[in-house]
Design a protein. Sequence first.
Length: 136
Amino acid sequence: ADDLLQVTVERLLVKGMPEDAHVAKWSHRVCRNLWIDEIRSRDVRGRYAQSEGAIEGAGTTRENSDESVQLDRVSAAMDRLRPEQRAALVKVAVEGCSYAEAAEILDVPIGTIMSRVARARKTLTEDLEWKAEREA
């Protein structure tokens, strides 16, 4: 999170922002876009590393493999969330914003943030439990 914040501030200082833009909303949009770029880059790097590992015959430990599979499941489940639910969940659960802060940044009422976060958590839990049952 600190790295993302640092990159966001750097981007804002280098590229600036429109004069009529709301600072918090513009910063959030830049941060969100950088986060999406990072997730996409990780996916590409992960696929490249897997293909390189297969070519070289290099294996990973079972523990690392299990963690990687678990992270992939959570990431895939997050990707399946509705965009507004994912944004609310990331603001509150990942970035540590209060419901009020998330509501202001995302420009929606606080009750909307609360319901989106609750629905996102419920959907994630059900999705991950279903996958675990299916694989057992």
